[in-house]
Every structure is written in structure tokens, then in C-alpha cells.
Write a protein that binds this ligand. Structure first.
Ligand code: AHR
Length: 341
């Protein structure tokens, strides 16, 4: 996929800082020690320091615990941050997310914060916001950098390194299977930066391990039921499968249901690795059905608040505020339960 290369080059170029998700102190330290090469452009729209600040948050969908936790982190921080939130839910539709954001632009919100559902369809509306004089912070997922560029067209991207998440998932699977596996990959939403980069990172490591083969790869749209349905079909076509890589916990949980329904034992007949670190995923690790989950933190509210306040004061903002993620397997899942959501 052409966009994968664009994405990885983009990430390599950008100035990064690495707070643990939700840690304002770590974020502050990150800003302090950054050796900058790329910062948000001075020509970007300014953000007033007034209170309350009218902030538009345009969510993609609310069909899984990750999305609910992300939305909650914005609701929880709003009053503390002096934000009057305008919130929408695109119900898994790119065109609805675009029109939700266009409505917020028409309402003249002071700041726009959103996770772009897909890289390409959501890029032009970032330019529309800039033209209307409204600063934008992207969280969680990014847009196509050949259309709208961090630091030039919007303040920053706050989010995880999805390629690295794919690497970590693959590294675990190589170890867990002794470097020998026939893998089904359940991809996230086609065209989303999270799916593109999680695939790229995972596939890169698998390509270096000749005993590991991806025998099928199909989108389950980051949804539990879709993951279950896709897994049911792929299990019939590929009964030789010995491992599953799901791009998120919800699809992994759907896959576990399909594997059980087919009379096989998840965690024994088929090793499963995934990404997110939800409570459901962690419970499945504790039950021995899921092997490991790379955390992908959804707690962007406090980070976005901190970035916005710094930006309003005129501080330089790096073009990628990179979030560090935990990792859970049977060795640490019990003592890590407090991080589940
Ligand atoms: O973009 C992050 C992904 O989107 C999460 O892994 C997933 O659960 C969500 O829908």
C-alpha cells in the first residue's frame, strides 16, 4: 500500500516526545527535553486563552470500549480544562464525521480535536478548518500527510506509534510459537492509519521469520462481531491456522468466540496476539485464551488539554506527541488490571 510508506517516512521525520498516556508531568518533561527539528508553524491559526473555550470533539464511533474510554477522557477533562465541549459521533461513517466537523467549523468553535476515521477522506476538512481560522489537534489516528501536514496545517498529532505496536505484537508471537506459525491477520478499518501501520509493523517482523506465514489477512473493521464473522469464514478456508493477529482486542474476542465454536481451544490450538489493552482483553489473557495485548492508550483528553494550553500561550509544539504504551501477557496481567478500561 502506497500510504504505508508515506506514513512511516512521515513519522521518521517528525519531532517526537513520549509521554506515558495521561501523564501531564511526563508530557511536561517531554517538552522540556525535546531536541526539536519540527514544530507547529507560527502561521497556524491562533488559539485564544479565554475561558470557556468552545472545543469540538468529533468521535468516529462508539461501538467498543476503546472509543468509549477515549470519549470519557475528553468529558472528564473538559471542566478542569475550561472547555465547553461540542461532541458528535459519526457512527462509523467517514462522510458523517466530515459533516460533523464542517458543522463545528460553521459554529466557529475555538478548537477542533478529533480522531480521523480514515487517513484520506478526513484530510481535506483539516484544511477547511485552517482556512476558517480554527486550530486543529488530531488524536489517536492521523491523516494523509500529502494532503494535510502536521505542524503546517494542524498543530500536532497526539498518538501511539502504530508501527511499533505491530512490531511488538509480532515479536511476542515469534517467541510464543518458536518462530513457526500459520497466521490469520484480522485487520482494522481499511484506510485507517491504525490499521495501515499495525499491519506494516507486524508484516515487517514476520517477513524476517521464514517459519512464520500469514495465510490470510482480512478486515474485521475493529468490531467484535465483524471479527467473529470473518474468523468463522477464514477458519473454514484455513483449518491449518495456528495463530491469529488481531489489530484490536474486540476483534480478538470475536475470533476467540469463533475458534471455540469451531471446537478448537484459543491459547492452545491457536495462539492469539492483539492490541489495545482493554479490560475484556486483559480478562482473556488471565483466562489463558488470549496470549498478549499491546496497550494502545485511549486517554487523550488530558494530553490534548495540556497541548492546547501550551499552544495558546505561544509555546512551540512538536508535530508528533508520541504516546508510550504498556504490554500485557500472562506474566504481568494480574498486577496490571488497574490500567484496563
Ligand atoms: O485507532 C485506535 C483503534 O481504534 C483501537 O485499537 C480500536 O479499538 C479503535 O476502534
Amino acid at each position: 500500500m502506497a500510504s504505508l510508506n508515506t506514513q512511516s517516512r512521515k513519522h521518521a521525520r517528525r519531532q517526537q516526545i513520549r509521554p506515558m498516556a495521561g501523564s501531564l508531568l511526563a508530557l511536561a518533561i517531554g517538552f522540556g527535553v525535546a531536541t526539536a527539528t519540527a514544530y507547529a508553524d507560527d502561521a497556524l491559526p491562533k488559539l485564544p486563552t479565554k475561558t470557556p473555550l468552545k472545543v469540538g470533539f468529533a468521535q468516529t464511533e462508539s461501538n467498543n470500549p476503546w472509543r468509549l474510554a477515549e470519549t470519557k477522557s475528553f468529558k472528564d477533562i473538559a471542566a478542569k480544562c475550561g472547555w465547553q465541549l461540542v461532541m458528535t459521533d459519526a457512527n462509523s461513517s467517514n462522510s458523517k464525521q466530515v459533516s460533523d466537523i464542517q458543522n463545528m467549523i460553521a459554529q466557529h468553535v475555538d478548537l477542533l480535536v478529533f480522531p480521523p476515521r480514515e487517513e484520506k477522506p478526513l484530510a481535506p476538512v483539516v484544511l477547511q478548518a485552517k482556512k476558517a481560522g480554527i486550530p486543529v489537534i488530531l488524536v489517536d489516528r492521523d491523516v494523509d500527510q500529502s494532503v494535510a501536514k502536521a505542524g503546517r496545517d494542524y498543530i500536532t498529532f497526539i498518538g501511539s506509534d502504530f508501527i511499533d505496536q505491530g512490531h511488538r505484537a509480532a515479536d511476542w508471537l515469534v517467541k510464543a510459537t518458536g518462530g513457526k506459525a500459520k497466521i490469520i491477520e484480522l485487520e482494522g478499518t481499511t484506510g485507517a492509519s491504525a490499521a495501515n501501520d499495525r499491519k506494516k509493523g507486524f508484516d515487517e517482523i514476520i517477513a524476517k521469520n521464514p517459519g512464520m506465514t500469514i495465510i490470510a489477512s482480512q478486515s474485521g473493521d475493529f468490531a467484535r462481531d465483524k471479527g467473529r464473522q470473518v474468523m468463522e469464514t477464514l477458519l473454514q478456508a484455513h483449518p491449518e491456522v495456528t495463530a491469529v493477529y488481531a489489530h484490536n482486542d474486540e476483534m480478538a474476542l470475536g475470533a476467540i468466540a469463533a475458534i471455540k465454536a469451531a471446537g478448537k481451544q484459543p491459547g492452545k490450538d491457536i495462539q492469539i496476539v492483539t492490541i489495545d489493552g482493554t479490560k475484556g482483553g486483559m480478562d482473556a489473557i488471565a483466562a489463558g485464551e488470549l496470549g498478549a495485548s499491546v496497550q494502545s492508550s485511549p486517554f487523550f483528553g488530558p494530553l490534548a488539554c495540556d497541548v492546547a494550553q501550551r499552544y495558546a500561550k505561544g509555546e512551540k509544539i512538536p508535530t508528533w506527541v508520541k504516546v508510550s504504551d504498556r504490554f500485557y501477557d500472562k506474566s504481568n496481567v494480574q498486577q496490571s488490571m488497574q490500567y484496563g478500561y
